[in-house]
Design a protein around this ligand. Structure first.
Ligand SMILES: Cc1cc2nc3c(=O)[nH]c(=O)nc-3n(C[C@H](O)[C@H](O)[C@H](O)COP(=O)(O)OP(=O)(O)OC[C@H]3O[C@@H](n4cnc5c(N)ncnc54)[C@H](O)[C@@H]3O)c2cc1C
Length: 485
């Protein structure tokens, strides 16, 4: 009997758990440790933040699904990894701490044969003074944050309807934040709603971001085919913002938020402030902050994790100049270089370097997006990690037949830009590969036949369809496995 332990029940970990359970015989154990009792389809939190969906429409309880599927589940946080066991046991284990109920705060050691770290991002609001829903800005990163954001945004709409002008600021809240796509989507939805309510004259909507130019999206921008022409995403994004009446500030590293005012430094070394009535700013992301110890109980955290807490995998982490970055630096099987039975999937793995060119202000502050890992690659990585582990358990192989490098994988990103069956809109972008490969595609960095951008009503339908389809799959309802990630 082998035990596969999965830390995190998000897009990556939940996918891995369902696949491992389906492909492993019942005499093997699959168990998930996750602190939130719910699964949430994070991309639809944008609609929660607009009052267009309720939290219940984007989440469901994990326990009944895991019970039905035969997956063990503990509502707890992983605190530390002990991949060699300790002085009392040779078995690898993870120390967990329960977060609710009678067991709250109780610690326990959970043994494993194979471990998947899929703990996603720690939303690091603390890295920017005054940032986050507990301080002065909002977030849509969780359904709880999005609910709070909608409460505050409604107040703005009411004030505008009463004739009071409002300043709305959307973007990134740290010089190295990622996930620009989510903020971009939220800004378009707000603009759509302002327009629908005929409040354009009452609203000043501004985008603030650490991208050096619009449309970078943390992936170094892209050239996309649009209506038969090849367009840089800079132009694509600028034309959408113009159409939606959104101003923009780029190359901006937000360093402090106070009540109604955000402070930032720009790449030219200047320091500025911007007033706001509502601000939704994405924080920087870090790893979950787990420690690791060897058999002698010595701290080996820095052997397994990079300094921000994300886990080292089969990437090339040798520090290199931007000009030497190679698509081949990116990992493909997500195994820890130190342990053959430890993997990291989704946002939990440490990328070898950003995709956007590193930039420093004249004062030496680094201001550039760190690499995004969106839902599709997170799900695909969760799947291939589970498939490789299943094969290892079943056949004893050491090979990884299933690989998924972000430099060989495409992704589709649908950015809703207004809600409604007849009047909704969405910008659809597909990129192939996600990580640009200038050696293979010297002209455009990506395969221009598969790197496409369009905006229209059909995109909105696709986004809505994906919401229901992916929640169906996550609930492990009949034939869930035929739905791709
Ligand atoms: C508002 C928003 C909109 C987005 N929209 C899109 C979109 O339209 N398309 C797209 O492709 N991507 C989108 N993304 C990105 C996408 O949501 C992420 O790529 C994806 O959620 C990453 O999956 P993950 O499993 O790595 O992390 P997560 O989904 O964040 O899951 C991490 C899991 O780990 C758990 N966890 C945390 N700490 C611990 C611990 N110590 N021990 C155990 N468990 C732990 C968490 O509770 C959670 O269950 C969006 C993101 C945001 C924030």
């Amino acid at each position: 009997m082998a035990k596969v332990l999965i830390l995190g029940a998000g897009i990556s970990g939940h996918t891995a758990a369902l696949i491992a359970r389906r492909k492993l015989g019942k005499n093997h154990v699959v168990e998930v440790i996750s602190p939130n009792s719910n699964y949430q389809w994070v991309p639809s939190n944008i609609w929660v933040g607009m009052g267009l969906m309720t939290p219940d429409q984007v989440k469901f309880e994990l326990a009944p699904v895991y019970k039905r599927a035969g997956i063990g589940y503990k509502q707890a946080m992983a605190i530390s990894l002990h991949p060699d066991g300790d002085q009392t046991t040779d078995r690898a284990y993870v120390k967990i701490r329960y977060v609710v109920g009678e067991l709250k705060d109780k610690e326990e050691n959970v043994e494993y044969d194979y471990l998947i770290n899929a703990t996603g991002p720690k939303l690091n609001f603390a890295a920017t003074e005054g940032l986050g829903p507990e301080k002065y800005s909002d977030s849509v990163c969780t359904y709880q944050h999005a609910t709070h954001a909608w409460e505050n945004l409604q107040k703005c709409f009411k004030k505008m309807e009463a004739g009071e002008k409002q300043k709305i600021l959307i973007g990134t809240g740290h010089p190295l934040a990622t996930c620009q796509g989510a903020a971009f989507e939220y800004s378009l939805n707000i603009a759509f709603e302002i327009n629908k309510r005929k409040l354009n004259h009452m609203a000043e909507l501004t985008w603030i971001s650490n991208e050096y130019e619009l449309g970078d999206f943390g992936m170094g921008g892209a050239y996309v085919k649009r209506g038969g022409y090849i367009t840089p995403t800079k132009i694509f994004a600028e034309s959408i913002f113009k159409e939606y009446n959104i101003n923009w500030i780029v190359g901006a590293g937000v360093n402090k938020v106070e009540k109604g005012i955000v402070h930032y430094e720009t790449l030219d070394g200047e320091f500025h402030s911007k007033e706001f009535d509502f601000a939704m700013l994405i924080p920087s992301f870090a790893g979950a902050g787990m420690k690791a110890y060897n058999k002698q109980d010595e701290d080996i955290t820095s052997d397994l994790f990079v300094p921000n807490g994300m886990m080292k995998v089969d990437a090339d982490y040798t520090p290199k100049a931007y000009e030497e970055w190679d698509a081949a630096d990116w990992p493909s099987n997500y195994k820890s270089p130190l342990y053959d039975n430890v993997y990291a999937a989704g946002i939990a793995f440490a990328p070898p370097h950003p995709m956007s060119k590193p930039m420093k202000s004249k004062n030496g502050t680094q201001i550039n997006p760190t690499p995004p890992r969106t839902g599709m690659p997170s799900g695909v990585i969760g799947r291939i990690v589970a498939e490789n582990i299943v094969e290892k358990i079943k056949t004893g192989t050491k090979e990884h037949r299933h690989i998924a490098s972000m430099s060989k994988m495409g992704a589709a990103c649908i950015v809703s830009a207004g809600y409604g069956i007849r009047h909704g809109q969405a910008a659809v972008m597909t990129v192939y590969p996600i990580v640009p490969d200038w050696k293979k595609y010297p002209k455009w960095g990506r395969d221009i036949d598969y790197t496409v951008g369009e905006i229209g009503l059909a995109g909105h339908w696709m986004k809505l369809f994906m919401h229901y389809m992916f929640l169906y799959k996550a609930k492990a309802l009949p034939l869930w496995w035929v739905i791709p990630e």
